[in-house]
Design a protein around this ligand. Structure first.
Ligand code: DHB
Length: 391
């Protein structure tokens, strides 16, 4: 009898403990560890994403799937060792359910193993080297991939009388992706390509632009990471490349909305391909830009902000679908195939690659009233990352 009572008591105790923790779980916030470069040379990326994450919570609410979202922001200053250490601390000490942010490719890659081992989703809101999503089955991306943006640029150039291109890219993952996919596509269409790569840290474009100037191409195709474009553009003009008739083309990173106004007229006429422009003509985007600018006076949202906003949207949608269950495998399953109307246009998470399928727009940098904008004039619909689509 005593044994039976003890056994029953034990079972009851267990059941109670289980239901209490179930109850506690439903009440507990879902913690999101947001790791961004808030200082250092890539701080503009961190500031844009941080602002967008806050805007998402303000506009769309902090409770999703019955759980409150709690964002813990950490600054890695763009240093991969710091990203790895912060990710580890967030998982072990803070018990975050999701890791998010990742302003540069090396920072996203540095966290992949932690995501896999802890089974914690890693939401890449910025970094854009194609191979990132292959580094862990727990990585899902809401930014873009460089091949996704570069191939449409090559096709547009080939169709618009450009025959000889010099590519200038930053020498690391996304730059190499941009160069390779642009060159392959452009050569297939009959064009010729020469290429140079510039260092990521403390870039001086002058010697490279001198080489371009001597080669006299029809166009210069450029990729530099977000925030660096103003310096590139200034040297492009200083070398007289515009006057020599070299057309400036590239992915939209170089004419990033965050710094476009500061560039002034030097950016006028650039043709770029990208997934987001603050001038995207839709009521949803107008409302987004207005709300962003109201909350962050003097700042215009760029593609990094949209990657951050949609990253939060994806986490919220997944929690809705799992009814608040924040275990990693459940969240990842819910994220695969998720689709929504983003301020950039319709988007979907490719269930096979965990990359984002989205429209790519061809844009021209021009004045709208007194402001410089990237004005979209052609749409390539529902573009997948082409590298993985061909595998
Ligand atoms: C990456 C960083 C950027 O700032 C950008 O515009 C594109 C890609 C990256 O490191 O992956």
């Amino acid at each position: 009898m005593t044994v039976r009572r003890t056994l029953l008591g034990g079972m009851l105790g267990l059941a109670l403990a289980a239901s209490t923790s179930g109850f506690a779980l439903a009440q507990e916030a879902v913690k999101i560890g947001l790791i961004l470069p808030m200082t250092g040379p890539f701080a503009s990326t961190g500031k844009q994403i941080d602002a967008a994450v806050k805007l998402f919570l303000a506009r769309e609410g902090a409770t999703h799937g019955g759980r409150k979202l709690e964002v813990i922001l950490k600054d890695d200053a763009g240093n991969a060792d710091a990203t790895r250490r912060l990710a580890q601390e967030l998982v072990v000490n803070e018990k975050v359910s999701v890791l998010a942010g990742f302003g540069l490719t090396p920072l996203a890659m540095a966290t992949a193993q932690i995501a896999t081992q802890a089974k914690v989703p890693e939401i890449v809101m910025a970094a854009a080297t194609a191979s990132i999503t292959e580094a862990s089955p727990y990585i899902v991306r809401t930014s873009f991939t460089l091949p996704q943006a570069s191939e449409p640029m090559a096709n547009w150039a080939a169709k618009n009388g450009i025959k000889k291109v010099f590519t200038v890219v930053t020498d690391y993952g996304p730059g190499i992706d941009a160069e390779t996919s642009f060159a392959n596509t452009f050569k297939e269409a009959g064009g010729t390509v020469e290429s140079v790569r510039i260092p990521l840290r403390n870039p001086d474009f002058a010697p490279f632009l001198q080489r371009v100037s001597e080669a006299k191409p029809d166009a210069l195709f450029v990729f530099v990471p977000s925030g660096v474009g103003a310096q590139f553009m200034k040297q492009f003009i200083e070398r007289g490349l515009d006057k020599a008739g070299v057309k400036l083309i590239g992915t939209g990173d170089v004419v990033d909305d965050d710094i476009l106004e500061g560039m002034g007229d030097v950016a006028l006429g650039a043709i770029t391909t990208h997934h987001y422009s603050a001038a995207h003509d839709s009521p949803a985007n107008k409302a987004f830009v207005e709300a962003f600018q109201k909350a962050n006076p003097g700042m215009r949202p760029n593609f990094m902000a949209v990657g951050g906003y949609d990253g939060m949207k994806l986490i919220a949608k997944a929690l809705d679908a799992t009814k608040g269950d924040a275990s990693g495998d459940k969240l990842i399953a819910a994220m695969k195939g998720a689709s929504w109307e983003s301020v950039r246009g319709p988007v979907k998470i490719d269930p096979d690659t965990r990359d984002i399928i989205q429209n790519i727009y061809v844009r021209k940098t021009q004045k709208l009233g007194s402001e410089l904008h990237n004005v979209e004039f052609e749409t390539i619909k529902d573009v997948k990352d082409p590298v993985k689509a061909r595998k």
